[in-house]
Write a protein that binds this ligand. Structure first.
Ligand code: PHE
Length: 545
């Protein structure tokens, strides 16, 4: 406003250093004041209310020492001021002087003597003159006010040498009226609106100029969800240990693959409506491979392979129900069945030239086609990676893993959701023992940062023995259950066609639990589901590391 008013009154501003900012007594000569003026000039210029020209200057500013002198006087003046007039008091001894004026005692004595302001008397010092002119202080005040000295460059150079002032580049401006000059600043329009077009006000409106140099609002970078990060970490542990990832795309399974193939009795409570989500449309699956189905139903109803079986009537309806898988062990079962294909005397899809269709047809589900393709790829890669070769009876050792979603019809609370992720590992080889299983788990969990493990006997319909895995959590300071494991039963493996000495062990854990423990999340709903805040995902340490 000051600039506009001055222009209005005098037509031009020849030197902005002469402007007197309202409320200040002196003109705005300092470089700080000119920086503020420049901001105002830029803003008026963008509206084309003014035009201005910049002039460069070299001015001087005080160093901290110079500023102190401007305020309290030069060192020599402070020495002089601390002494009594000769003959009017007792001379001041050097130690006393130091106490009175500090460092100035040393810095100022020389000049005070040279100027003839003080003299020695006995061991002390006294004033030689009754009054002095402290020209150094005056110079400092002049530089502070004007950025220069009337005395000229030689005097300035002297003060620079004494490190009392330094040079600083400055600017000042001459200002003219621009095409949109006015004494009041109208807020420029940023948008052309329908109202402005219909009323015609656009004709007289002032528009803000586009700033093509503006950097714009920074976009947020993408971030992985904490669960995805932990999943990746665990996946890398498996890969590092030589495991192959199983296909787990089929969320919908049949009762056969989710339970029967695993020798889970058809009356088992886990198969209840309260625990499992069943599909209503379609409600039943296509039939599994006929021979295998016959062997599985046989071992359930009448026993075999050294087992008495459950001796309860077999229900085909129960077996063919479609459901959302309650564990990824359903996928493991399907993969193990495929792994045993050669033991059953079948040719693999790779061998039977486009025979994956045949296998898929036998299986009667989409998953079969997907995983048949994956097994194909595995077979090919096995040649290059020197995978275990196939034994005479068609068996080939395997280490498989998966990390994917499972569904349980549970009441949701702070630690339970109806869907969560399972991490699962399966190892198949001849003559594996329980010690191998424990050893594998120790290694696996060590890589996850959990070294202090305990194993507790447990029960699973498909494993014997079964072990629950507990880890001592260093931060929670207690034992927490981290997984479930076991050696798959002969009633499960032998109907698949595995030779009798092949042992398969497996273990499973939830993905959510270690993630929550690791990152101190105590409500699962802040980790998964619609209540997850995007911000927490972006800022979570789990995401950053
Ligand atoms: N399926 C088991 C569960 O849901 C985990 C498990 C996998 C147990 C493999 C033993 C063997 O808890």
């Amino acid at each position: 406003q000051l600039i506009l008013d001055t222009l209005h009154a005098s037509g031009t501003i020849g030197d902005t250093r002469t402007l007197i900012i309202p409320g200040q007594s002196k003109p705005a000569a300092s470089s700080d004041a000119q920086i503020i003026i420049r901001g105002a000039l830029d803003s008026l210029d963008s509206r084309e209310m003014i035009t201005y020209t910049t002039h460069e200057t070299l001015s001087h500013v005080l160093t901290p020492e110079g500023a102190q002198i401007a305020l309290e006087g030069s060192h020599e003046a402070r020495v002089w001021a601390a002494l009594p007039v000769k003959g009017e008091g007792s001379p001041v001894l050097p130690e006393e002087l130091k106490k009175k004026v500090g460092d100035s005692a040393k810095a100022g004595q020389g000049n005070a003597f040279k100027n003839g302001w003080i003299t020695k008397e006995g061991k002390g010092l006294v004033k030689l003159v009754a009054s002095i002119v402290d020209s150094t202080q005056q110079d400092m005040r002049e530089v502070d006010a004007t950025g220069s000295l009337a005395a000229g460059e030689k005097a300035l150079a002297e003060l620079r040498k004494r490190k009392l002032i330094v040079q600083r580049k400055g600017q000042w401006f001459t200002v003219e009226k621009g095409p949109n000059f006015s004494t009041s600043i109208a807020k420029p329009e940023t948008d052309l609106t329908v109202d402005m077009l219909t009323s015609g006000s656009w004709k007289t409106a002032t528009f803000k100029k586009y700033n093509f140099e503006a950097e714009g609002i920074p976009t947020n970078g993408g971030a992985f969800h904490p669960l995805l990060k932990v999943r990746e970490e665990i996946r890398n542990i498996f890969l590092e240990m030589g495991f192959t990832e199983m296909p787990t795309a089929s969320f919908v399974e049949s009762g056969f693959w989710c339970f029967d193939a695993l020798f889970v009795p058809q009356q088992h409570p886990a198969r209840d409506l309260q625990d499992t989500f069943y599909l209503s449309d379609p409600s039943s699956s296509l039939p599994p491979p006929a021979d295998y189905y016959a062997r599985v139903s046989q071992v359930h109803e009448h026993g075999g392979y050294g087992s008495a079986g459950y001796r309860a009537p077999w229900s085909h309806a129960e077996s063919s129900k479609l459901l959302l898988r309650t564990h990824t062990t359903a996928s493991s079962a399907a993969m193990l069945y495929k792994l045993a294909a050669k033991c059953r005397g079948e040719r693999t899809p790779a061998e039977s030239n486009g025979g994956s269709g045949e296998l898929a047809h036998e299986h009667g589900d989409v998953r079969a086609q997907v995983s048949a393709g994956i097994l194909d790829a595995q077979d090919k890669s096995s040649q290059s990676q020197a995978k275990p070769k196939v034994d005479d009876d068609g068996f080939r050792p395997a280490k498989l893993f998966s990390i994917d979603r499972v569904f349980r019809n549970e009441t949701t609370d702070a630690t339970h959701l109806a869907e969560f992720h399972q991490v699962e590992g399966v190892v198949a080889d001849r003559g594996l023992t329980l010690a191998d299983l424990i050893g594998f788990m120790r290694l696996f969990f060590k890589k996850l940062g959990l070294e202090n493990l305990r194993f507790k006997p447990a029960y699973n319909p498909y494993t014997e023995p079964s072990l629950e895995i507990f880890a001592f959590h260093p931060h929670l300071r207690k034992w927490v259950e981290i997984g479930n494991s076991g050696m798959f039963r002969p009633e499960m493996l032998e109907p698949m066609g595995f030779p009798k000495d092949v042992r398969v062990h497996g273990w499973g854990l939830s993905l959510e639990r270690p993630t929550m423990i690791r990152y101190g999340i105590n409500n699962i709903r802040t980790l998964l589901g619609h209540k997850v805040s995007i911000e927490s995902v972006e800022k979570s340490p789990a995401v950053m590391f």
